[in-house]
Design a protein around this ligand. Structure first.
Ligand SMILES: Nc1ncnc2c1ncn2[C@@H]1O[C@H](COP(=O)(O)OP(=O)(O)OP(=O)(O)O)[C@@H](O)[C@H]1O
Ligand SMILES: [Mg+2]
Length: 416
């Protein structure tokens, strides 16, 4: 039982890990997008609030005083731990200002995103490609995010403000976001798994119990057919075989008419017994006389012994052949037991209608028995009651036997 439960737990944990990982990736992506948006709005604020007002009209001409003025503002009010670089581009790709002085005045081909930002006036953010030549000074930096923000100088010339925002500082905001989501999420998943494991244990226990029960039934079925065979062998041995043995002696001496007559009697008796055995194996009267007639036939020998018998026959309409045979077999065993063990003065048989299904009761007022007796007899190979119970259960019914010493016996076959 340990293995299936373990397999269940492990696969459950694997599924959980997968879901958690997918969830984490999704959250990380979501929070990154959020953070990039934040960086863009930060750039917008910086551009209109700080950079644009500080740009002198002469910046476009490469005036060193203008560059120095911008530099003063940028260093004092913009650059910090998260905004690590700042460049101002002209539309033709000339760098008008950079906080790394050696880039000022150089010209590069603008990337598609930068051109797009200038043309449309919309800001744009992306992870920076640090291998590009204009980024040679940023190579030592941790991953950064480039934000392009269109601005204008006092003359209205469109320029491009480029901010480098540290990617980890962008991410740390996002990460904080998903760290608040992930633990409760994982905890909920773990709790779900914790609830499921006991269920799995119970299920696997039930499966095993059912399996064992089936094995038990199979064993009993084998034992049952064994017992039947033993019973038949017993009948043959005690009756026909002994009669035939005696007959063979008689025939050996069959010179007198008296011996011949005895031999003929023996043959008749043997064939009678064989016929009785056949009937026992397959009761033809169930076919010909129906269940009622067959039950009457079963009670007949008891009546012949002076026992009062009664049969109340009130089965449901249209009783099926399988139920008929079952009722017959149970009645036969119960009546046989009453005759053999109970020494009763009365035996009553009732066939009843239980909500459209057939039920049976066989009651005697004989000596009764304790449950242990029946159990003891069963270990000695007397399986009559056991067989009845098994057959009843296999066909979805219950057999109850109520008896105690001195109080008679009631055998009841219930439809459910
Ligand atoms: N109606 C009864 N009255 C008194 N004792 C009974 C009755 N039915 C069963 N018993 C007791 O229960 C025991 C078990 O009955 P069961 O039918 O299982 O076996 P059996 O009749 O002894 O042998 P088998 O049925 O295999 O020929 C009997 O041996 C008997 O002691
Ligand atoms: Mg019996």
């Amino acid at each position: 039982m340990v293995r299936p439960v373990l397999a269940f737990a492990v696969s459950g944990l694997a599924a959980l890990a997968l879901v958690a990982a997918l969830g984490a990736v999704a959250l990380e992506r979501l929070s990154t997008e959020e953070a990039i948006d934040d960086a863009r709005s930060l750039a917008g604020v910086m551009a209109s609030g700080v950079v644009e007002p500080a740009i002198p009209a002469t910046l476009g001409t490469g005036d060193p005083a203008a560059v120095a003025a911008v530099d003063g503002v940028v260093r004092a009010r913009i650059l910090d731990d998260s905004i690590v670089r700042l460049k101002i581009w002209a539309a033709d790709g000339t760098i008008l200002y950079a906080d790394a002085p050696d880039l000022v005045g150089e010209q590069f081909a603008l990337g598609a995103d930068a051109r797009d930002a200038i043309a449309t006036g919309r800001s744009h953010a992306e992870r920076s490609d640090l291998t590009r030549p204009e980024n040679r000074n940023e190579q030592g930096l941790a991953p950064v995010l480039e934000v392009y923000q269109p601005i204008r100088d006092p003359r209205g010339t469109p320029l491009l403000l480029e901010l480098y925002v540290r990617y980890d500082s962008v991410l740390s905001g996002g990460r904080a976001l998903w760290l608040t989501f992930v633990p409760p999420f994982v905890l909920a998943l773990l709790m779900l798994a914790a609830i499921q494991v006991p269920l799995a244990i119970r299920l696997s226990r039930q499966l095993r119990a059912r399996h064992r029960e089936r094995e038990g039934l199979l064993r009993q079925a084998l034992q049952a057919s064994d017992a039947e065979r033993r019973r038949i062998a017993g009948h043959l041995h005690d009756g026909v075989v002994q009669d035939l043995t005696a007959l063979s002696f008689d025939l050996a001496l069959a010179t007198e008419p008296e011996a011949a007559r005895r031999a003929a009697d023996g043959v008749r008796s043997a064939s009678r017994q064989l016929r009785a055995l056949m009937i026992d194996l397959y009761p033809p009267n169930l076919r010909s006389a129906g269940l009622r007639g067959a039950l009457e036939d079963l009670l007949e020998p008891l009546a012949a012994r002076g026992i009062a018998t009664s049969l109340a026959f009130d089965p449901p309409a249209g009783i099926d052949p399988t139920s008929e045979v079952l009722v017959y077999r149970v009645a036969r065993e119960a009546i046989r037991n009453a005759g053999a063990h109970a020494a009763p003065s009365r035996v009553e048989v009732r066939v009843v209608d239980q909500d459209g299904l057939v039920g049976l009761e066989v009651r005697d007022n004989g000596r009764g028995f304790a449950h242990e007796t029946a159990a003891d007899r069963a270990t000695e190979g007397h399986l009559g009651l056991r067989l009845m119970r098994d057959v009843a259960r296999e066909t979805g019914r219950t057999l109850s036997i109520v008896s105690s010493p001195g109080a008679g016996t009631l055998v009841r076959l219930e439809a459910r």
